[in-house]
Design a protein around this ligand. Sequence first.
Ligand code: PLP
Length: 365
Amino acid sequence: MIKFNKVLENIKTYEAGKPIELVVREFGIAPEDVVKLASNENPIGTNPAVAEVIKENADKAHLYPDDSMFELKAALSSKFDVEDENIIIGAGSDQVLEFISRAVLDEDASVLMSAVTFAMYEIYAKQMGAKVIHTASYEHKYDEFMEAFRLHQPKIVYICTPNNPTGDATSKEEVLSMIRAMHKDAIIVVDGAYMEYAAAKDAKYAITPKDLLGFENVIYLGTFSKAYGLGGMRVGYGIAQAGLIKELYKMRPPFNITTLSLAAAIEACKDESFVEESIALHQEQIKRYESFAQEHEFEYIESYTNFITYLFDEKLDSTQIADTLLKRGVIIRNLASYGLNAIRITIGTAKQNDVFFKHFSEVIA
Ligand SMILES: *Cc1c(COP(=O)(O)O)cnc(C)c1O
């Protein structure tokens, strides 16, 4: 009998959004009829300029990528007005989360996060045998965080703003006051995976890496997977003071980003118009989701992200709704496993949203 590490007993495998292929296989629906609004991917697709660069680099597959990631760091440092030494690149910001967890956690440590937030924070903590503390609310409430902080003295505090899977955000002022009130022994992670959407919606919620660089114990995380439309390329970054980045580098495997991913992210940085276009489409389409909820009289959480969370009362059951939609080829996220009778829908293109509303109206009728 293999004896696995005891910590594994406590870990639930991360449940990714269901892939289109699965719905095609299981329900016999043609791939072109499947609408996937489950993983917060960019519905516009891949930026054509980026796709071109990926093709151009196809014949470099035999070479290891530039492990210094010089060009990508240069692009990020000019974008955010920071130095190369402030940046670490990961295979998605997920990998940076893993570096952080491994750098400070052990079996005596605890980590602090809101009641409903990004599932990987908990998984990485548990891999290290650390204890996971959730506040009572899904929002990042100052008093709840401070009370739990004093009580548990966590080694890592996660502030996910805007928050996934709920979509709400915490203002910059609120985040800064939490950071100032917490002592410097804890790493505070500000996860801005959806920051582009929040910043475009309301400047009060816009946080840049530079805003946080004055704090030795704070790291800002960003990703190319959402607004930049590169989920399949796996590129994310952490930005912090050089001392913290230097320690995280000790956790990094060599060549952790592929040659194609590097080339794609560098190109993506050159074209902000793609992000602007994505956000414009999003802002127009999300209004339909808000109106739909108002017309049908159910609650939703005001969204600062590229998705929206519909909250149901006892008349509707999120698991049943998600399963029925799936059989009709519409993939969304059921939030029952987070303890919410709610679904999370990534805002799609106008056409995808048409399909969603058609099926959803029938399912809830
Ligand atoms: C999507 C997401 C990430 C990271 O995604 P990567 O694809 O690994 O860069 C991190 N945090 C949150 C909250 C996310 O939703």
